[in-house]
Design a protein around this ligand. Structure first.
Ligand SMILES: Cc1cc2nc3c(=O)[nH]c(=O)nc-3n(C[C@H](O)[C@H](O)[C@H](O)COP(=O)(O)O)c2cc1C
Length: 397
């Protein structure tokens, strides 16, 4: 059988990491951790996406400091006792043929929250009663950006240096755990984004004020990570490419920041947006499919860096067009993967027809390829005058 080759299934190499295809399981917090430690649940959860055909599989955001968690259910990387659990994640992903990636993060001003299904608001008396008391969030500035949320405390310059070091130590632990890619979550109104955005940062010291001084925090985080994260392993940054608010961070600012990050050894920009002064962004305003792809396209063209597109990419043909038109190098899938963990495998069939089953694990694909042929025969018979044989016919009883 001739293999049709789709852009989605073209391999991709960065430094020494070799991805079998361009689909990436997005970092997604699951709120299932105990004291920041990986549970069996997380291992099964992530392994499923490697089986499902994703070339690169991200952990959820791993908090680099305990106070940098969103919720009590978040995973962390703030002490060495967390490495063994993380190693189980990296091993499970690799065993099923995907490249394991870790996302490092500090929630900053958005810390101390309820889990989404508990309301997503700030922790309060009811949660304290059951052992989940709020703690003091920290940020560049000491002002609550979301009405009703805990007001953060502004970090001192010495504390800023401590958080930068926490990112570096997080990278060291990810290396020991066996991950091949690290991404810094520098978007969505969390700590790193709050430093570079004028909407998050009212400081007038070395980390605030001018664009250069606001960019210092992410640049120093990248530099600190590269102290431990080896030359042969890729480093990604997820940016909120625009604040989408008056006087906010702009796409031009992102281009400038990306150039500085590139000089520090950052390889790829994961292009997201928004988050400052907003409760969790998803689920509020409806967004069109691929609404952030233009950011990935602009950054790719302006900086020459590879980019990853994310945000309501659901259909194989859409993902294929984004790649084929040169708007991005990788396609990052979040909610659609919750809906369908075999998204890449199904995309292979959608893009390459029956040959796409050859990309499935043989123990699934062998059967499905034959079933597909039989279903096609049923449809041929239905078209020839036996409508009851149609393969998509529903039994109505
Ligand atoms: C359950 C859930 C958890 C998420 N957790 C993270 C996270 O840990 N880190 C992050 O950068 N983005 C996180 N996001 C955002 C996604 O990575 C992604 O950017 C967003 O959902 C848009 O992509 P989609 O339309 O494919 O869902 C999360 C999204 C969801 C639905």
């Amino acid at each position: 059988m001739v293999m049709v080759s789709s852009a989605l299934f073209a391999p991709f190499s960065l430094r020494n990491a070799r991805l079998g295809n361009r689909s990436v399981l997005a970092p997604m917090q699951m709120y299932m951790a105990e004291a920041g430690i990986v549970q069996d649940w997380h291992v099964h959860h992530l392994a499923k996406y490697a089986v499902g055909g994703f070339g690169l599989v991200f952990t959820e955001a791993l908090a680099v400091e305990e106070r940098g968690r969103n919720t009590y259910g978040d995973l962390g990387v703030w002490h060495d006792g967390q490495i063994d659990g993380l190693r189980r994640l990296a091993d499970a992903v690799r065993m099923h043929g995907a490249v394991p990636a870790a996302q490092l993060w500090h929630s900053g001003p958005k810390a101390a929250r309820q889990r989404p299904w508990e309301g997503y608001g700030p922790l309060g008396a009811a949660e304290a009663e059951r052992g989940e008391a709020p703690w003091q969030p920290v940020a560049p500035s000491g002002e609550a950006k979301v009405t009703g949320w805990h007001a953060p405390r502004a970090l001192t310059e010495a504390e800023v240096a401590g958080v930068i070091e926490a990112f570096a130590q997080g990278a060291r632990r990810c290396l020991e755990a066996g991950f091949d890619v690290i991404e810094v979550h520098a978007g969505h109104g969390y700590l790193v984004h709050s430093f570079y955005s004028p909407l998050g940062n009212d400081r007038d010291d070395a980390f605030g004020g001018s664009l250069d001084r606001r960019m210092r925090f992410p640049v120093e985080v990248a530099r600190a990570i590269r102290r431990f994260w080896p030359e042969d392993k890729p480093l990604f940054f997820r940016l909120s490419c625009i604040d989408d608010a008056p006087d906010g961070w702009s796409l031009e600012d992102s281009i400038e920041l990306a150039a500085h990050l590139k000089a520090e050894g950052v390889d790829l920009i994961d292009c997201s947006s928004g988050g400052i002064g907003a409760p969790p962004t998803l689920g509020s305003a409806p967004r069109p499919h691929g609404f952030q792809v233009p950011f990935a396209a602009t950054l790719r063209a302006a900086t020459g860096m590879p980019t990853m597109a994310v945000g309501l990419i659901r259909h194989a043909a859409h993902a294929e067009a984004i790649l084929a038109e040169g708007h991005a190098d990788l396609i990052c899938i979040a909610r659609e993967a919750l809906f369908n963990p075999h998204w890449p495998l199904q995309a292979a069939v959608a893009l390459e027809g029956e040959a796409g089953y050859r990309r499935w694990p043989a123990s699934y694909g062998w059967w499905l390829e034959r079933r597909a042929r039989n279903l096609a025969k049923l449809d041929a018979a239905a078209n020839a005058g036996e409508p009851h044989l149609r393969s998509d016919r529903r039994e109505t009883a």
